[in-house]
Design a protein around this ligand. Sequence first.
Ligand code: G3H
Length: 547
Amino acid sequence: MRGGGRLPGMTTLLPTFPTHDEIPEAARIDTSSFERTWLVNGEVRRWQGPTQEVRSPVCLRRADGTHERALVGHLAALDEAAAREALGAARRAWDDGRGTWPSMRVGERIARTERFVEGMKKVRETVVRLLMWEIGKTRKDAETEFDRTVQYIDDTLEALKELDRTSGRFVVQEGFLAQIRRSPLGTVLCMGPFNYPLNETFTTLVPALVMGNTIVSKLPRYGALLHLPLLEAFAEAFPPGVVNVVSGDGPTVVGPMMSSGQIDCLAFIGTSRVANLLTTQHPKPNRLRTITGLEAKNPAIILPDADLDVAVAECVGGALTFNGQRCTALKQIFVHRDVADAFVPRFAEAVDALPAGMPWTSGAKLTPLPEDGKCARLAELVADAESHGAVKVNRGGVAHETFYRPAVLHHVSPRARLYTEEQFGPIVPIATFDRDEEIDAFMRASSYGQQVALFGRDPKRMAGLVDALVNQVSRINLNTQCRRGPDTFPFTGRKDSAEGTLSVSDALRAFSIRAVVAATTNEANEKLVTDVVTGRLSSFLSTDFVF
Ligand code: G3H
């Protein structure tokens, strides 16, 4: 809805976009030293072919009052040959499991990853500014994303040490002696999303990497430039070909990699439509492991005895943090008829009080949206819900260029698209319910099964809902919003919401397969194994572990 103007009287609800000169010094960014780069076979190269413009969700106001999305930089639009080169480098680094990286001892892999983290920390401020410019994340949330990612890597390395310690033991059972360890899968294609482009890319890339896999990382459509300042740190820390980073049009770059059959594992965060498209391109899907984080339609349930102060605060944060662009966001609220009149106006008022601004505006909670055509799509969803009887109960649902003021809609009918479709943006659909069975029916009919948030106090009723819902979703939150963290908790979903589990320790398992070396227990075999171990002749058959 570019060109959409402000409505009279709405000025406090909509942000003012800056002129070029009004951009604060602490938010300025110059991408010329790293734009158009990619990483292949340990080499950071600058692409000389076609590029894609990276336009910010932040618009710049011209002197005549018109606006234009700010140009942040250019991204390499790699061709098929470049994609094949990156895949070839990753395959050579894997070398059927005999490459330097997959056969390296765990302690050395950890040391290399720590070296990478040191390099990563040096570009923190650049990455934070790019998160603001490329996807409109507030400075505070951008800093949190960066720091949480560093913490995730540290925790992953600790979990790997723990795994290594426990796998260093021999098992003696039923006449066999054996050593059981986790081995890498091969080459992993990692594709992160735009909403947590750093964090969610690294929560698959890093565990896959430290387990000994080789990586091709395909950058997301939005939130890609921020990866480029990290390429030198990758090149410096890891052997050539272990990490390759590519960008460009999905069908051109990803299609040939998938259809080559040389991707052993796909780690993909995005929509189920694209996930299905990619997996079916693989000529032997039985050889492909998929770890995915897909859509969700997490509901909040407000029971009659809920503490409404808590419910309102948690639902506002749960539905609208980062403008609702989180897979874990609350995307539907069910309020019990007995408290609907108390809850809905308070909730709507709290939403209207959320301050809007640019990503660097202190205290801003709402910011412009990065996806092309997003405001128009949101307006369509609102119009469809209204045509089925929904009523807008707040001052939102108005757009200004790339900014969309959150709309709160009550009486959203099951016939409306918003009732079942993931909006992934600032619209909060509310429906009233009478019987708890209606919630159970909603979840049964839903294509998704990630999380729910229950607000209430009656232990018997809460327990009934927990039992009704726990086999339909993967996390139930009591009197608190849905979320992924702490990162040590398992993060997954059912139906079209996810495949595989991604806590710090689960991710190490997801990107590896167990391998066993076993022998019948007899004197000769005991001596053989002892000689291998004491002579430190094998990396696998070993009692070494990392402290
Ligand atoms: O988009 C999905 C993110 O993993 C959500 O993480 O719940 O910590 O915001 P979060």
